[in-house]
Every structure is written in C-alpha cells, then in structure tokens.
Ligand binder design. Structure first.
Ligand SMILES: NC(=O)c1ccc[n+]([C@@H]2O[C@H](COP(=O)([O-])OP(=O)(O)OC[C@H]3O[C@@H](n4cnc5c(N)ncnc54)[C@H](OP(=O)(O)O)[C@@H]3O)[C@@H](O)[C@H]2O)c1
Length: 321
C-alpha cells in the first residue's frame, strides 16, 4: 500500500540523513524517536553510522529479544515512534542443532517485539531473509527463473529459514504497523557482535591465510550492501505503508561469481575454483535460487537499489579507507 508521496525532501536514490525524511509516514513529529535493536551487528552499525537524529542504539545486553518482560520495560520507558530490529539469530548451520535458541530470537522474540510495539504504538521494522525460499523457482523461459516475490509462498529448507518465516508471520499478524523486509547476502563493516563477519570478509580472510578458494557455483543469490539496505529502508518508510517487502541490490550471481568479483575488486590475482553444493559439507541446506523480486518494482516510488557490483566496489573502497 502506497501511503506516501515524494515531497522533494528526500529524492529517490540519495541516502539523505535527515530523519525528517521518514517523519511523513511515522508521525507528524519533525524527528521521530527511534529505538534500534541489534546495534552491534553489521546492519545495526550501518544504521548508527547513517546519523539519524533521535536514535537510541540498543545492544543485545540492553534489549534482548529473548527477555520480553525486560524488553517491554525498556521500550515503554523509551516510548519510541519507530523500532528498527536488526537483531537476529543468524548462525545458519548451528541453528540445525540449536532449534530452540534460534526460534527464541527469530520467531518468539520477533512476535514479542511486535506485541510490545503494538502496546506502545510504535511502528516496527524487522528483517527477514531469502532463506524463506528453498524450493525450485518458477521459470519464465527454460533459461530464466523468476525472482521470488512477496506474494510467493515461502518454502524454507533449514531451521534458520523456518524460524524467520514464522517470525515474519507473527510480526505481521501481531501488529498492523509492522514492516517485514526480506533481504539477501548482506555485507557491511562487521561489528564486534553478530556473526562477526560476512562473505566478503570471509573470502578476503581466506586469501590472507593463503587458503585455496573453492566456492559453490550452483546457488544463485543477490549480494546486498547494508548501506543500500539502510537507505532503501528509510525510503520505503517514507512512501509505503506497513507490510512485507523485498529489498536487495540489483542483479544476481552465484556465490562463486561473487567471490571472483571480491578478489578482483581487491586487486588480488587469486584463483577461485567452482564447487557443487553437494560437495560442500554444511549442516544447513541453502536455497539453490533465492533472488528476490518485488510486486512493487514498477512503482517509481519503490526503492531502487544499486547494481550489486557497484555496491561491492563502494564497499571495497570504504573498507580500505
Ligand atoms: N547476514 C546476512 O547475510 C543476511 C541475509 C539476509 C537477511 N539477513 C537478516 O538481516 C538482519 C541483520 O543481519 P546482520 O547481518 O546485521 O546480522 P549480524 O551482523 O549477525 O547481527 C545480528 C545482531 O543481532 C544481535 N542479537 C542476537 N541475539 C539477540 C537477541 N536475543 N536479542 C537482541 N539482539 C540479538 C546480535 O547481538 P550480539 O552483538 O550480542 O551478537 C547482533 O548484534 C537479520 O534479521 C538477518 O536475519 C541477514
């Protein structure tokens, strides 16, 4: 549902840092109060770096999704207009044997958060994943799969994917002012917490350690920079009402192609060998095709993120500076 308008304050494509740019939808306040959960992860840190006014950044210790009572007290005291949840249990392989702890954060934690937001009247933004899709894609032509859209039925094939799928439903069902944003292949400057890294950093670390690079070449996704995602989230909030959205950088590649471009952007002459996922020992199954499209993509107000290679180039420059 498109509830907003482009009033010229926040032109599409410019990642403006003025919090007034998101005030149209959230409230009539010039600077809505924002509470950010999961502040030490890569997405959380990027929101902080964006410089939004009136933002309170909360680490896991200060706002734990598995402690609903304390979380409610904290958020009631802060009385934010908007809660942005960047907290998640993201250890995809470990989740296969830690189903309970994973669901406590991604499913029950998100449900409790949505209920608290409802109680205090705060709009909620929470993130989900391409891993909600694990089945075979539909095909446009024999060569071209159709990117998954918001109206497609999730079919997770891992504990992590299942926990996020359930969390999505519970957020949307618990509170009508919930935005659930699915994204894919996130990377950004890693924080001290969370997974403590991402695919880009893992590849560069492996090169530095002189390891042979073998990367799966039969899983297609869209790498997405946290910088793109933060900007697109703020743009979405200005122009669109609550609901389920897909936001990723543009284009797609295999993880093998992504690794080749990381190495090339870093100016390294290192070979990256292709690998079949069947030959890669991982506890959790990954989707073979998890490119996300959107039913809103034809709407000129819907955020249009960068082509993924441009975002990667920018990230490589940023991490070297
Ligand atoms: N990374 C990806 O490739 C990817 C892809 C698609 C979607 N996503 C989604 O995007 C969002 C952001 O991911 P990210 O890459 O920024 O993750 P991240 O770097 O791993 O950060 C996750 C954050 O969640 C916090 N956290 C863990 N358990 C918590 C709890 N019980 N209560 C509150 N916070 C808790 C962590 O706290 P500590 O600092 O204490 O560890 C960490 O700061 C998540 O919803 C994720 O599922 C990520």
């Amino acid at each position: 549902m498109d509830l907003g308008h482009n009033d010229g304050v926040y032109p599409s494509g410019s990642w403006c840092t003025m919090s007034s740019s998101i005030s149209f939808f959230l409230s009539q306040k010039a600077t809505p109060k924002i509470a950010l959960l999961g502040a030490q992860g890569q997405l959380g840190r990027c929101f902080i770096a964006h410089g939004l006014a009136n933002l309170v950044a909360l680490s896991r210790d200060e706002a734990d999704l598995t402690q609903p009572q304390k979380l409610a007290e904290k958020l009631e005291a802060l009385a934010p207009d908007l809660v942005i949840n960047c907290g998640a249990y993201n250890l995809v392989d470990k989740a296969e044997t830690e189903c309970g702890p994973c669901a406590d954060v991604n499913t029950l934690g998100v449900m409790h958060l949505a209920q608290i937001c409802k109680k205090i009247g705060a709009t909620l933004v929470t993130y989900s994943t391409d891993h909600v899709f694990g089945g075979p894609p539909k095909w446009d032509t024999p060569e071209t799969p159709i990117p998954w859209r918001e109206t497609d039925c999730p079919q997770p094939i891992s504990v992590y994917g299942g926990s996020k799928t359930a969390g999505e439903y519970l957020a949307l069902a618990s509170w009508e002012k919930s935005y659930v944003i699915r994204t894919c292949g996130l990377y950004g400057i890693p924080g001290p917490g969370g997974k403590g890294g991402n695919f880009v950093e893992a590849i560069l670390r492996a090169v530095a350690q002189g390891k042979l690079l073998r990367v799966v070449a039969d899983q297609v996704c869209t790498p997405t920079s946290v910088i793109s995602l933060v900007g697109a989230t703020l743009e979405l909030l200005q122009h669109f009402g609550p609901g389920l959205y897909h936001l990723t950088d543009q284009g797609f590649c295999t993880w093998h192609e992504f690794a080749q471009w990381i190495v090339a952007e870093a100016g390294l002459a290192v070979e990256v060998s292709p690998l079949n996922s069947a030959d890669w020992p991982a506890a959790a199954k990954r989707p073979n095709y998890s490119v996300l499209g959107s039913i809103h993509s034809a709407n000129p107000l819907f955020p249009k993120l960068n082509p993924w290679r441009e975002s990667l180039k920018d990230y490589m420059k940023q991490r070297l500076s």
